[in-house]
Ligand binder design. Structure first.
Ligand code: HEC
Length: 645
């Protein structure tokens, strides 16, 4: 995926009952909370679960919660119960856009870009504690500005601890009660190549499973060598001697040239407590678009991979795209389902790729069951290095399905897929020299601005697991960057880039409720939880606001973006817009505003007013993170850019 995504938390991340999970098997499901140490699996019993204990609710990431207070009949009575702009607590917090909050024992944990963590009373919105990474970590992150706005997609909570990944390749363990740092491990202490200076970073949430913490890697488009790794949750010592590498070491196997490799693991892995197997999605090969130095199929990029979670031993892999030249990562977290397939219950793994196709495999053997059901427009061809020869490539680099998670509703036996119907004009590097000279991220790739008349939209596709066929598909105004969470009453909640939060009747494909969130750019799937029997639906909107809905909520959606004022008060009066540009914009828009993975801004004043540009900076775009500059800095930048005519 493109960096922005990746970046702001920006790239990429679903289940229930059925799932083997839940149902009668108390090993299975939901929680990592593990406080319940007696069971060897550390899994709580779903019947007793009240929160949203894992990134995707249960270990199988079905994002299907057992809560029933909110129904198809009363959903219209939902309103905002509490809302909090995190900037009111700390004006230096970058966006939280791609955070997927975990809720445990009535406490919600949210993370922001630059890895701030907040613990919030999930019923009232009151702050319990806030954690900022230590100065040495912050200084390190800020020393390489190209990644300083990388998203942080959440935490893992288990045994009274909160686990969070640092952008600069470390895993931190905090005390869930007070937010004190208990331990931190630097990945490079155990595997010297894994460091920020080698263009590795971390943007995913870690996963807790049965006494261990599992992490994946970001930075694949920069030519890093993707991996997953496991650490003991108590000591943070590696569980496996070395990482499981998703691609060969550079110079060996198919990875030949500079910045060749890739295969990031952008989103959390799924776990099957019955077998201890784990499943994850592997990203695209690098360099993006340019393929001369990576001949062949490029395994295991754009693939789903299964391992034994205890040993890291390989079980199976299945590729969605062999030899990808379009940046078609498998990015979203796979779901593990016990679903009716062809009339019989079967344990399967399902996932949708950025290539716009959806798949199901037998969980144990990896045998393909449903092979690439298309859910967005697909029409692509080879990527030229000559700008005058570009063609629209569908899907574009945002997907298909990016990191946004699916959900599974066991009652209907439907999977819901969040789709992005959006093309790109891709330009490949001309030769290896061009790759080698560009020491930025996404070496050697270029994306041209889209013609204005292209219809960019989203889709919600329901697939019947029994047949693998589409039951319905709805078009949405905005591409679906957020994903779904479903409930035991047949509702699926999701947010949109335009700022609305909706409840879909899964069976009948009807939107039963919609409400503004008081912000834009919802790029996460709602966390649905209960506290004292009351059900809540939480989203992150407007870059930094947590907005929580429930029955009878009376609050009005808050004003969009207080960012400007808040941050502005503390800023020095004189701002050099070029310096801000160099720090915050160069990595995507290029040294000379010439554009790279983001549009050319050399004449932006012709088509955008100062106010338009300011809005873009404060709110972000569908692929550009919000809040890269704020207050006076944002204003100075908008003013400067509006004069580029
Ligand atoms: C992580 C990559 C990234 C960074 C960093 C970034 N942008 Fe963007 N920007 C994009 C992308 C991608 C678009 C295309 C539209 C969209 O996705 O919203 C864009 C669009 C824009 C546009 C609208 C251009 C148009 O033709 O519609 C403006 C203006 C802009 N960015 C300004 C900035 C400024 C100023 C900064 C620095 C504060 C910045 N961007 C930082 C990725 C980025």
């Amino acid at each position: 995926m493109r960096r922005f995504f990746k970046a702001t938390g920006s790239v990429l991340l679903a289940s229930m009952v059925i799932i083997g999970c839940q149902s009668n098997n108390n090993k299975n499901n939901a929680n990592n909370q593990g406080e319940n140490k007696k069971t060897t699996q550390n899994q709580a019993n779903q019947a007793k679960e009240t929160g949203f204990p894992n990134w995707g609710y249960d270990l199988q990431h079905t994002r299907h919660v057992p809560y029933k207070e909110i129904t198809k009949d009363n959903v219209k009575k939902m309103g905002i119960v509490w809302q909090q702009d995190i900037l009111d607590w700390n004006k230096d917090v970058p966006n939280l856009q791609e955070d997927f909050p975990v809720v445990h024992d009535g406490v919600m944990y949210v993370t922001s870009a630059k890895n701030h963590v907040f613990a919030i009373d999930a019923a009232s919105g009151k702050k319990i504690w806030a954690w900022t990474p230590p100065k040495n970590v912050m200084d390190h992150i800020n020393s390489l500005p190209w990644q300083s706005n990388v998203a942080s997609r959440g935490v893992a909570v288990a045994n009274g601890n909160v686990y969070v990944l640092m952008i600069d390749n470390r895993l931190a363990k905090l005390d869930a009660k007070n937010g004190k740092l208990l331990k931190m491990v630097n990945f490079w202490d155990h595997e010297p190549s894994i460091k920020l200076e080698n263009r590795y970073y971390e943007s995913s949430a870690p996963m807790y499973y049965d006494g261990n913490i599992y992490v994946g890697s970001s930075g694949g488009d920069n030519g890093t060598r993707g991996f997953v790794w496991a650490f003991k949750a108590d000591t943070l010592e590696p569980l496996w001697k070395e990482p499981f590498w998703t691609v060969p070491e550079r110079g060996k196997g198919w990875a030949k040239g500079k910045y060749t490799g890739g295969g990031s693991v952008w989103t959390p892995m799924s776990f099957d407590p019955d077998t201890d197997m784990m499943y994850f999605a592997v990203g695209n090969p690098a360099p993006d678009f340019y393929d001369a130095d990576r001949k062949g199929k490029n395994p295991y990029t754009d693939s789903i991979v299964a391992l034994d979670s205890k040993t890291g031993k390989f079980k199976w892999a299945s590729s969605q795209v062999d030899h990808d030249v379009w940046d078609y990562d498998a990015a979203a977290t796979p779901m593990i389902l016990n679903a009716k397939v062809g009339g019989k219950k079967q344990k399967v793994v399902v996932e949708g790729g950025k290539n716009g196709k959806w798949y199901a495999w037998d969980a144990k053997t990896g045998k393909t069951i449903y092979d690439g059901v298309p859910f967005v427009k697909i029409q692509h061809s080879s990527v030229p290095s000559d700008e005058s020869k570009v063609k629209l490539q569908w899907p574009g680099t945002p997907g298909g399905e990016s990191y946004a998670p699916q959900t599974y509703d066991p009652d209907t036996n439907y999977v819901l897929i969040p789709g992005i119907n959006s093309p790109n004009l891709m330009v490949a590097a001309k030769d290896a020299k061009e790759i080698a000279k560009d020491n930025n991220t996404f070496p050697g790739t270029k994306i041209l601005p889209l013609p204005k008349d292209v219809d960019v939209s989203g889709t919600i596709t329901a697939i019947d697991m029994n047949t693998g066929k589409k039951v319905y598909q709805r078009k949405t105004d905005d591409p679906m960057y957020g994903g779904f969470t479903s409930t035991a009453t047949g509702l699926a909640f999701y947010g949109e880039l335009g700022g609305k939060v909706n409840a879909l009747d899964i069976k009948n494909n009807k939107v039963l409720w919609s409400m503004d969130s008081g912000g834009k750019q919802i790029k996460m799937a709602p966390s649905v939880y209960t506290v004292d029997g009351k059900e809540y639906v939480a989203v992150i909107t407007g870059g930094t606001k947590v907005v929580v809905y429930g029955l009878g909520g009376k609050l009005k959606p808050g004003a969009v973006n207080k960012n400007a004022k808040l941050q502005g008060q503390a800023d020095v009066v004189k701002v050099d817009p070029m310096a801000v540009y160099k720090r915050s914009c160069v990595s995507c828009h290029g040294d000379n505003l010439q554009g790279a993975t983001a549009p050319n801004l050399q004449h932006i004043g012709k088509t955008m007013s100062k106010q338009d540009i300011l809005n873009q900076i404060l709110n972000g775009g569908d692929r550009m993170p919000a809040g890269l500059a704020k207050g006076k800095e944002a204003e100075a930048l908008a003013d400067w850019l509006s004069k580029k005519k």
